[in-house]
Unconditional design. Sequence first.
Lengths: 238, 238
Amino acid sequence: MIPRTDADELTEQPRIPLSRRRVLRAAVRLADRDGLDSLTMRRLAQEVGVEAMSLYHHVANKDAVFDGLVEVVLGEIMAAVEEVEAPSPDEDWQGALRARILAAREVLLRHRWAPRVLETRASTSPIFIAHVDHIVALLRAGGFSYELAHRALHVLGSRALGFTQELFQPDDAQSTDAAAAAMMEQMAEQFPNLVGMLADAVHDDPDGTLGFCDDQFEFEFALDLILEGLERRRTAGS
Amino acid sequence: MIPRTDADELTEQPRIPLSRRRVLRAAVRLADRDGLDSLTMRRLAQEVGVEAMSLYHHVANKDAVFDGLVEVVLGEIMAAVEEVEAPSPDEDWQGALRARILAAREVLLRHRWAPRVLETRASTSPIFIAHVDHIVALLRAGGFSYELAHRALHVLGSRALGFTQELFQPDDAQSTDAAAAAMMEQMAEQFPNLVGMLADAVHDDPDGTLGFCDDQFEFEFALDLILEGLERRRTAGS
DNA sequence: ACCTGAACACCGTTCAAGT
DNA sequence: ACCTGAACACCGTTCAAGT
């Protein structure tokens, strides 16, 4: 082993200390390069130049690594989406939404593993909820009722956001009216559009033991919209 | 241990021998009950009442189990789709396709793990290809050009079929014109509609080094169709 | 405080051995 | 021919020990 002098200690970058941030960036790099299945704790440790067990001082476990991955990707999506030049939604909601969606898609194309990870854990992320809140605001500015904005989210589904069909599956704890109301109040300030939309949906369906969304109804609404659009293309083409 | 008599041997069902079919049915049962992540070779063996290593006499490895799972689910989808009462596509292609898609959806709702498995391996399955071929036939009967039928498959994407956005990503071996032609000839008899559609797509894009489908183009086509449909709903509602 | 090695309970899979 | 136990190379994770 090469002996260290004091001089070394002063000049040499004294090996950046491990951190959650550094672990997550390495995880993204590894997933991008070798795929999600190659992302093991042992290989991740190797990637940051440390023993596997050291990771556990910065992330609780492997699940937390996936959560971090989601955080990173959603952050990139938000950055891309905010940078994009888009028309004002008051004048051209279609152009505004289109630009946002295409920008989000570009990020996902850079991280092919992302949809698989987002699908299972995006919907609880504040960043993701903020993104959806923003889309609802955009649709409202474009003249959508809350109800149609709600439908629109389902139709766009995984396509729009790159993932996750089931946005608001309330878990059991939140499916009681009281809990839902409490949650909504808490979120109202941060996500006014989303909360408005949910309040509207609850209002329309007061015996909402089914939860906010009737999946079958939403599926058929989206399907019919698509079939109708195709029929229009067909008659236009012939 | 209870001694066996010859009488036992005659009356007793002598423990059904293990078979690929029995292994796969157990795999479906296990995935339905405990989720896909609980499907391990060791637990699967336990489910059929055997040691883990015995499975390998009936399936090559775990990957082959997943392939079998896809086979089973696609079989159920085909059965459901064939049973469904639907209008004739010549008279009402929308109704015909709608009925098929909703029938397929019902199967997928019974197997919540299915989309995740289908996404990665459905597109190479003959059953799946036959399903797509049938949809193309239906669209053609409804008056679609091959080109629009092709677009329609992309728009419906995972929604229609319950999964898989990328239907025809040709691997490198098939991306040469010669190989593609050979494959198409081989498939022409079995899947005439699909092959007709692909031939048409190749014809339109003779310098097809990009492969059959331009993902970005298809994505934007679908997105615009959806945005337009939403705009129509919006103006209708106000 | 941060990092580590040994260890544990799990994987998928191979192989030689049993019937 | 079909089934099995021991073994191997991998996992995620715990824990006691190092600095």
